[in-house]
Design a binder for this molecule. Structure first.
Ligand code: SF4
Length: 187
């Protein structure tokens, strides 16, 4: 009994040298058997948090081609290894079982969402862009001055679009005649 009580962490803390219980007093066979899950990773991929315009650096730990953990990247000059709670939980964005993996569509007047395959959804978007452009095209103003634009289409970019993506988006929308092209990132 005396030996059993002596194994309690709190007893070891108050009777031994580890008075703050941050070392040997807190150890047990169970804690000795634990090891960081990051140690099992096959590889570590550098990435950027997808949630907001700060663009914090992330390290994505992969085992058997599955994401096992996402941590802050100390090499990032933006975030120096830190993530906010949202970024720290971003593993769920990849692994959460109830995340949406299909295009969801609710028809005009519909009350239920339905799945669409990606090709169908892309074709529907293309059809609507072309139709809207055709219907809202302004070739000239009332004085006959050239406009060559549509005010029926606008684009709002997300925070983590990179320079190259934004370049291509601007090219596409300018080619369509859309002049309302904006981006959420305002840093
Ligand atoms: S970790 Fe937080 S602050 Fe950093 S990019 Fe992600 S959401 Fe933004």
């Amino acid at each position: 009994m005396r030996q059993w009580i002596g194994s309690w962490p709190v007893v070891r803390q108050v009777t031994g040298p580890d008075r703050t219980a941050r070392g040997d007093a807190a150890r047990s066979p169970r804690s000795d058997a634990l090891h960081p899950r990051l140690a099992d990773a096959d590889r570590v991929v550098q990435s950027i948090c997808p949630y907001c315009a700060v663009g914090c650096g992330q390290r994505v730990f992969v085992k058997d081609e599955q994401v096992t953990q996402i941590e802050g990247d100390p090499d990032s000059p933006i975030s120096l290894g830190k993530l906010c709670p949202k970024g720290a939980a971003s593993k769920q964005l990849v692994t959460r079982p109830d995340r949406l993996t299909k295009v969801r569509y609710r028809r005009p007047g519909g009350t239920e969402w339905e799945d669409l395959d990606l090709d169908t959804a892309m074709q529907m978007i293309a059809d609507r862009v072309l139709d809207t452009r055709r219907r809202t095209w302004q070739d000239t103003d009332e004085d006959g001055q050239p406009l060559r634009r549509t005010m029926g289409i606008a684009h709002l970019g997300g925070a983590t679009l990179d320079n190259e993506e934004n370049y291509l988006i601007k090219k596409l929308y300018t080619a369509l005649g859309a002049i309302q092209v904006e981006n959420q990132a305002r840093l």
